[in-house]
Design a protein around this ligand. Structure first.
Ligand code: AMP
Length: 401
């Protein structure tokens, strides 16, 4: 159970605040932010801090600039977009802890916002460097508060997500608080039946999640390419489907453990197949669990959907991570879409649904269903690690309630 103080649990009025946000957003060829979801998600925290008359110094990374300044990864477009969204000036620093930036930070008044340049322009960021942390803290002074609101980065112990928190009172912002509260709820005190729906490309990426969830859920529904490794481990033909041949023993082991723990693992019983993963490939429905040679599975079939629809409808808690097929291609996307719709309907009836980051989030955005779930996590890696039962450094370092 993560029980961390938030900005509401301390007296933050009139303070200087050093805040870590996750503005790792896509920038298009015109140098504009092409998806500002992450910026919008930081607004409740920023607005509260402004109401509390704080002076706000913000840190974020964008992309992987390899420890040196690279205009391609500048946060300038982000400052511009934030300024429009928050409707007040955002001071964009040219650097991070250089003299000019120090001067800007020193002169920052209450009610003003300043964004440092991409924190990964400094090679010390990813090294969780205490000296760099001290320099960052000196921008705001020792009376300041550190606010962690970069859920997408809390699984990393970097200078701006971890080391800085050792020098200042450290609490979470509303975004991290919301993430923590949903994951706490489903992982420690879920209403039952609790159903996990897992998909995506690889079993190997999700082993830790499956192992941890085996002790918590009632049912695990497996789709996507990872299902074929499980099916093959049971001796079922999978044609040319994507498979991890070195994970067959592990798949068998997981299926055995699930049986011992009384967890139902449901695998596809029919398939949509194609000759290749390509928009122009011909698709075919296979009304059988075995996939013939020459074809590969690209989506779950209608009988599989029928079988899981009752289970999803009756669930009281659902966690979903990973698409059921190659959803990026329209004609391979119906299984993923149907599952998203079923979870949305269950949510309407009072089920708590949490969609883990990454590709499932991309899928629900594509289907325009992103507002239909109890919680859509903003961190792919971080949400996976929480589902694996790991302690995340950027959360762990915050003050306990
Ligand atoms: P992940 O990042 O592990 O959640 O995997 C997501 C990716 O898995 C998506 O890009 C999907 O296209 C891919 N995927 C899902 N189902 C299949 C499948 N049957 N065959 C190949 N790739 C798949």
């Amino acid at each position: 159970m993560m029980n961390k103080k938030s900005i509401k649990d301390i007296d933050i009025r009139n303070k200087k605040v050093l805040i870590r946000v996750d503005y790792n957003v896509p920038i298009d060829e015109n140098g504009e932010v092409s998806d500002d979801t992450r910026i919008k998600e930081s607004l409740p925290t920023l607005n509260y801090l402004l109401q509390q008359n704080c002076a706000i110094v913000m840190m974020s990374h964008l992309g992987r600039p390899k420890g040196k300044p690279d205009p391609k990864y500048s946060l300038k477009p982000v400052a511009k977009r934030l300024q429009q969204l928050i409707n007040r000036p955002v001071i964009m620093a040219e650097g991070i802890v250089d003299e000019k930036t120090k001067e800007l930070a020193k002169n920052l008044k209450n009610g003003e916002i300043m964004l440092l340049e991409n924190i990964r322009f400094d090679p010390r960021e990813e090294k969780n460097d205490r000296e760099f942390a001290k320099e960052l803290v000196s921008l705001v002074g020792e009376d300041a508060v550190f606010v962690q609101d970069a859920f997408g980065s809390v699984h990393r112990a970097h200078t701006s997500t971890y080391a800085v928190a050792e020098f200042l009172p450290a609490v979470c912002g509303f975004l991290v608080e919301k993430e923590i509260s949903y994951f706490n709820k489903i992982l420690t005190n879920p209403e039952r039946p609790f159903v996990a729906i897992l998909g995506g490309a690889k079993v190997s990426d999700k082993i830790g999640v499956i192992e941890n969830l085996l002790d918590k859920v009632n049912v695990i529904i497996i789709g996507g390419a990872m299902a074929y490794t499980f099916l093959l481990s049971r001796g079922i033909s999978i044609g040319n489907s994507l498979v991890e041949s070195d994970k067959l023993d592990l798949a068998r082991d997981i299926l055995k453990k699930a049986e011992q723990k009384n967890v139902d693992i449901l695998l596809p019983i029919d398939h949509i197949v194609a000759t290749k993963i390509d928009e122009n490939a011909e698709i075919k429905y296979i009304d059988n669990v075995d996939i013939p040679e020459g074809y590969l599975g690209v989506d779950i079939g209608e009988n599989t959907i029928k079988r899981i629809s009752n289970i999803i409808s009756n669930a009281k808690t659902i966690v979903w991570n990973g698409p059921m097929g190659v959803f990026e291609i329209e004609k391979f996307s119906s299984g993923t879409k149907k599952v998203a719709q079923l979870i949305a309907e269950a949510t309407d009836k009072g089920c708590i649904s949490v969609v883990g980051g990454g590709d499932s989030v991309a899928a629900i955005k594509k289907f325009n269903l992103e507002n239909k779930f109890s919680h859509v996590s903003t961190g792919g890696g971080a949400s996976l690690e929480l589902l694996e039962g790991k302690v995340l450094p950027g959360i762990d370092v915050l003050q306990n309630k």
